[in-house]
Design a protein around this ligand. Sequence first.
Ligand code: DAH
Length: 336
Amino acid sequence: MSGIPDLTALAAEAVALITEAPDLEALEAARVRFLGRRAPLTELLGSIGTLAPDERGRVGRDGNAARRAIEDALDGRRGHLEAQAMGAALEADMADVTLPGNGHALGALHPITQVRLEVEDIFLGMGYAVADGPEVETGFNNFTALNTPDGHPARSESDTFFIEGGTDVLLRTQTSPVQIRTMQAGPPPVYVIAPGTVYRRDDVDATHSPMFHQVEGLAVDEGLSFAHLKGTITYFLQQLLGDREVRVIPHFFPFTEPSVDVSVAWTDGHGRTDWLEVAGAGMVDPNVFANVGYDPERWTGFAFGFGLDRIAMVRHGIADIRLLYEGDLRFLGQFP
Ligand code: DAH
């Protein structure tokens, strides 16, 4: 029996150590120690051929049994330790779904958008449709068809942003070209509003911006009079701005005759009370009907164009139009 270890004791010692291995590292050390290439058992099993013939069977059988016992113990302990590690990782990673989430501040519509939607609601309630038109327009739609011939001061370079040098394509200076597009698209009667963005080469100050917003309105029917125009505008302004004085005074626009300026009484952000012009309006000029192929002898109409920014300013007592375009959240946050 010289040189042959006690295989039963060896296996028992190994299994005990393996079962107690505190972690995967210790387990690997035990594997190397008992089953590694230099382990006594490995060396013994590798040298069976050198043993006396009558010992080979027993040593081979006992040695292999010891190795299997150790392997089984290693597998069992490894499974246990791995499951434990997985459990700990899951525990550390666990989200408590009952905790309140991180809040996100809700955004809001821009005050001009809010006012536009209110304006649309009021006119939809009066049976008007809402139309849309492009911001890049033709000189014909923006001016000529609206009875504003070449050479009219409003067509000059000083007011209009032209596209690519010529005078045929431009950024619309008003929403009035949607009148032309609407009438060209179909016969009367027409009851339509067209809110949108317009552009002019204006210097920026408290009441001017080179980009601003208008709401165009057009009604075409038989027997429309100035009384319909004034009633519509007054009803609209009082719906939107409350019971407030509305002033209508004569003015000139190329595409209406007669034409008026519409103002409302307002108190600006500095406490001063005054009239603020919010719209131009008038009875559609017969030339405009002729330009779109409507019979001026049969059809009558009125049109108006409101400054949406102006209305937002009156509605909220904003003294400076620049506040509407600077994107300062301290300002915008006041219109939830
Ligand atoms: N388009 C005019 C402007 O930008 C406003 C206007 C005046 C529109 C009279 C109209 C109107 O429809 O009838 O100043």
